[in-house]
Design a protein around this ligand. Structure first.
Ligand code: AHR
Length: 622
């Protein structure tokens, strides 16, 4: 195979925002994942606001005749009224067991407690008598104390709710620990809004550091959030609502996401998503609920409050700190507006009742106040013009590996008109080709992405989906990043994404590929990028071999003088494995990752081997 790259200085500008990320609260991506809160059901609201309410996953420490846990509408916070009452039955006549009795929370399938680390503990408490309390991280088997603080609240100050805040420094390690509140004094203790955070979070803003760093590694050009179906809800009353997720965390009601079926305390709320986008130096794309759930659509006659809700949300993000909602943002610590330049009116709603009519109400109102905001429609304009104006339209594709591979040409024939640009806001290989993240899936996605690069004059944005999965809540397979309470790894699909991190804002170079004797050819792109860090110019060539035979690819550059490529700053990265269905795992997290080496003999005419089912990426410094 011969690849000829044409004049490196005659490239075509690619979209500045081509490859980004899509975060959805699915698979416990946020609650128990990217959001570093360690306590699950911290306000005791997950079971609903009626009593008795389920307190899962809290559980008693002690026997039935020693401690009794009940729920009461006794909270200090009116929007989340449930608080836990612990009735300590021992300690008055019968002695409590050594270490006391009480209640424990295992976090999200275990709390990662490590010796030497500091954890910030916050909770609200009241009691009907003097309190002698131990607050401790204990091991999963409840036999070891990993970190502990004693608290004595005298009778006089215990009757009213008080906020307690202190650090726990761990002296021992358990990745599946629990937070325990215990006492050996009889009486009643009410507990509410219990929070524990690791001291160190990404940029100090509450994101789990290792997971956020994996996002940073992708250099995403945008962050689409907070979902997907999560935005819609099965029922409208369970949809994600931005205004319930802002302000002090104790006052957020939380909600049950009924599409992916779990509770979220909404610690990771609208503000935090905007902050994450800022911290990742990326463009936020807010998908808002447009009055449509999976089972219900607001009629055009009643859509106005929903339009106002979206406008209020934009005022929260962009309004001056003197505006009603901008002031709330400022009080949360961000007086400057967030840089929201894109919104999506709903998710996958085009063919649901009322979408098209209601869409126009949102469109007009937003454009009037924010003419610079690009509006994303859910209606697919692939096969003809839309019935309404839009700056971009969503295109979602989940399919098998062969289909997605074939879709590398999906946008080749798209008319280059003044109509809306494409936002491939969700794509992935799914089904039996993907397992829980196979090489085969990743290589097909790589070919599809090369097709997006080549069509980046009409495809303005693209994001793989879903981003995260907790190993204990695999609602959707595969995903880019797998984690548990203390570990994480990228699937091959994640690593493919890293190979495209230089594409946004690069220049697409012309090239031709000829097969040996008319044989198969790889899928190739050539781009030129500027690296601000080294102030260097690079040519990035990516080649995908989606076949079972190795290919030898000769690379020829037209218009680059011999010795025009510098040494030693040129590298070759190869992503492949022995079997197409190979995956990474917690035991072998780096089985399939790009193997990077310096190019041994960088020349202007080079020979590259493309293993079966592989992507090879050359990064050549000029
Ligand atoms: O990415 C998972 C789901 O797939 C999203 O919630 C939805 O938009 C799509 O159907």
């Amino acid at each position: 195979v011969t690849l000829t790259v044409e004049g490196a200085d005659r490239g075509r500008d690619m979209s500045q925002t081509l490859f980004g990320i899509f975060f959805e609260e699915i698979n416990h991506a946020g609650a128990g994942g990217l959001w570093a809160e360690l306590i699950n059901n911290r306000g005791f609201e997950a079971g609903g606001q009626n009593t008795p309410s389920s307190i899962d996953p809290w559980s008693p420490l002690g026997k039935e005749n020693e401690v009794m846990l009940t729920t009461e509408r006794a909270s200090l916070f009116p929007r989340n009224p449930i608080a836990l009452r612990m009735k300590i039955l021992c300690g008055n006549g019968t002695a409590c067991p050594l270490g006391g009795v009480g209640v424990a929370n295992p976090g999200y399938w275990g709390i990662d407690v490590r010796a030497g680390r500091t954890y910030q503990i916050t909770f609200w408490l009241r009691s009907d008598a003097m309190v002698n309390l131990s607050v401790a991280f204990i091991s999963q088997d409840e036999l070891r104390v990993l970190a502990q603080q004693f608290l004595i609240v005298d009778e006089a100050s215990s009757y009213d709710w008080q906020k307690y805040q202190f650090d726990l420094v761990a002296t021992d390690t358990d990745h599946y620990a629990k937070l325990a509140f215990t006492t050996s004094v009889s009486g009643s203790i009410w507990l509410d809004q219990v929070s524990a955070f690791p001291e160190e979070t990404y940029k100090g803003h509450g994101f789990r550091k290792e997971l956020a760093e994996m996002l940073e590694e992708l250099k995403p050009a945008f962050l689409r959030f907070p979902g997907g179906c999560y935005v819609e809800g099965e029922r409208l009353q369970n949809a994600w609502r931005w205004r319930d997720t802002i302000g002090p965390w104790e006052e957020r009601p939380g909600h049950y996401g009924d599409v992916w079926n779990y509770w979220s305390d909404d610690g990771l709320g609208y503000f935090e998503f905007l902050q994450l986008a800022e911290d990742l130096n990326t463009a936020p794309i807010w998908v808002f609920n447009n009055g449509i759930s999976h089972s219900y659509s607001i009629s055009p006659r009643n859509i106005q409050p929903w339009v106002q809700d979206a406008l209020d949300g934009l005022e929260f993000a962009r309004g001056p700190s003197t505006s009603t909602f901008g002031a709330i943002r400022a009080a949360m610590g961000h007086p400057d507006p967030f840089n929201v330049r894109h919104v999506a009116i709903g998710n996958e709603d085009c063919w649901k009742p009322n979408y098209q009519e209601n869409y126009m109400a949102f469109y007009k109102a937003i454009k009037l106040l924010y003419p610079d905001i690009s509006i994303i429609s859910n209606c697919d304009a692939t096969n003809g013009p839309l019935r309404h104006p839009a700056d971009l339209y969503d295109f979602h594709i989940y399919t098998n590996a062969n289909n997605l591979y074939a879709m590398k040409s999906q946008f080749d024939q798209k008319t280059r008109d003044s109509g809306p640009k494409v936002f491939v806001s969700e794509y992935a290989v799914t089904g039996s080709d993907s397992g829980t993240g196979s090489l085969l899936a990743a290589i097909a996605e790589a070919a599809f992405m090369i097709g997006l690069e080549k069509n980046s004059d009409v495809v303005e944005m693209a994001s793989y989906a879903p981003l995260f999965v907790h190993e204990k809540d695999r609602r959707w397979n595969p995903d880019a990043i797998v984690f548990n309470s203390w570990q994480q790894y990228g699937t091959p699909s994640y690593w493919v994404q890293t190979l495209f991190k230089h594409s946004s804002g690069a220049k697409l170079l012309g090239h031709s590929v000829t097969g040996a004797n008319g044989g198969p050819t790889p899928v190739v792109s050539a781009i030129r990028r500027h690296d601000p860090q080294t102030n260097g110019e690079y040519i990035v060539i990516k080649a995908v071999n989606f076949g079972k035979d190795v290919m030898a690819m000769r690379v020829v550059f037209n218009g680059i003088p011999a010795n025009g490529i510098a040494f030693p700053n040129s590298t070759v990265a190869t992503l492949t494995s022995d079997k197409t269905m190979d995956e990474n795992s917690f035991s072998m997290p780096e089985k399939i990752t790009p193997q990077v080496s310096n190019l041994a003999y960088p020349e202007s005419d080079m020979q590259i081997m493309l293993p079966p089912y592989s992507i090879v990426a050359l990064d050549l410094r000029l």
